[in-house]
Design a protein around this ligand. Structure first.
Ligand SMILES: C[S@@+](CC[C@H](N)C(=O)[O-])C[C@H]1O[C@@H](n2cnc3c(N)ncnc32)[C@H](O)[C@@H]1O
Length: 240
C-alpha cells in the first residue's frame, strides 16, 4: 500500500533551488566581506548530517526583543523594510541564494538597520534547531511555486513545515504567507486552515486579495503583477 500524502510530504527534503547566480559585483563582494560577518547567525553543526545544534534565536541578538523569521527573502527588500520600520524587533533571514544575501546586505547598508541576522542555507535545516516558542512572526512570501503536480512535493510549505511553525511560534504569534500561484494558494489553505495550531485571519471572502498596510510589496511580487498575476495574502495566528 502507498504512503498517505502527508507522510510523503514529511519525507521530501532535497533542496531544488539555486544557490548561486551571476558573479557578485565589487560592492556586493565588499558587503559580504565587511558587513555580513557582524550580521551572520552563529550556528554550530549538529550531530546528524546537514543539521545544526539547538539554538535560541533571541540569544543571537543580545536584547530581549521579539524575534521574527523571514524564509527565502529573495532580494531582501521586504526584510530590510521590516527591520527598518520595526527597530524593536529582531529579524532572522534564511536564504540559500548568495545573490539574495548580497542584495539584502545592499538594502541594509542603505537603510542602516542592524537588527537582522542572516543565514545562507536551506531553512529546513534550521527550523528543527530553533527553540520552541522562540518566534513571534514568520514570513513565507512567494515561495517557489513548483506548479507541476509531480513537483508539488518540492514546495517549501508542507504539513511538516507548518508543524515546525506551530512549535516555534508563541501563542498569538503570526504566520504570513503569500503566493501568486492559485494552485499554491489553495495548497496553503488546504494545509493551514485545518491545522489545529492555526487560525486564519480572514475577515471576509475577499480578504486574501490585499496586503495589510505594514506589508510592503516584494520584487518578485511586483514583477508578477506586471505580468498580470494576482497575488494572494494569508495571515494565520498561532492559537494559544
Ligand atoms: C520566488 S522567490 C521569492 C523571494 C522573496 N520572498 C520575494 O517575494 O521577493 C523564492 C525564494 O525562496 C528561496 N528558497 C527556495 N528554497 C528555499 C529553502 N529551502 N530555504 C530557504 N529559502 C528558500 C529562493 O532562493 C528564493 O529566493
Amino acid at each position: 500500500m502507498g504512503e498517505a500524502p502527508v507522510e510523503q510530504e514529511r519525507k521530501s527534503r532535497t533542496f531544488y533551488g539555486r544557490r548561486q547566480g551571476r558573479p557578485l559585483r565589487k560592492q556586493a563582494t565588499d558587503l559580504m566581506e565587511n558587513l555580513l560577518p557582524s550580521l551572520t547567525l552563529l550556528l554550530e553543526l549538529g550531530e546528524e548530517k546537514n543539521s545544526y545544534a539547538p539554538f535560541n534565536p533571541a540569544e543571537q541578538f543580545g536584547n530581549g526583543n521579539p524575534v521574527w523569521l523571514e524564509i527565502g527573502f529573495g532580494g531582501g527588500e521586504h526584510l530590510a523594510y521590516q527591520a527598518e520600520h520595526n527597530p524593536d524587533v529582531n529579524i532572522i533571514g534564511v536564504e540559500p541564494f548568495i545573490n539574495g544575501v548580497a542584495s539584502l546586505l545592499k538594502h541594509l547598508d542603505a537603510n542602516g538597520a542592524r537588527n537582522v541576522r542572516i543565514h545562507q542555507a536551506d531553512v529546513r535545516q534550521v527550523l528543527p534547531a530553533m527553540t520552541k516558542g522562540s518566534l513571534e512572526r514568520v514570513f513565507l512570501l512567494f515561495p517557489d511555486p513548483w506548479h507541476k503536480t509531480r513537483h508539488n512535493k518540492r514546495r517549501l510549505l508542507q504539513v511538516e513545515t507548518l508543524d515546525h511553525f506551530a512549535r516555534l511560534l508563541k501563542p498569538g504569534g503570526e504566520l504570513r504567507m503569500a503566493t501568486d500561484d492559485m494552485g499554491y494558494l489553495r495548497w496553503m489553505l488546504e494545509r493551514a486552515v485545518p491545522h489545529p495550531a492555526f487560525e486564519w485571519q480572514a475577515s471576509g471572502p475577499s480578504d486574501w486579495d490585499r496586503r495589510t498596510p505594514d506589508w510592503p510589496q516584494t520584487r518578485y511580487e511586483e514583477k508578477g503583477v506586471e505580468k498580470g498575476r494576482k497575488p494572494g495574502y494569508l495571515r494565520f495566528l498561532r492559537k494559544a
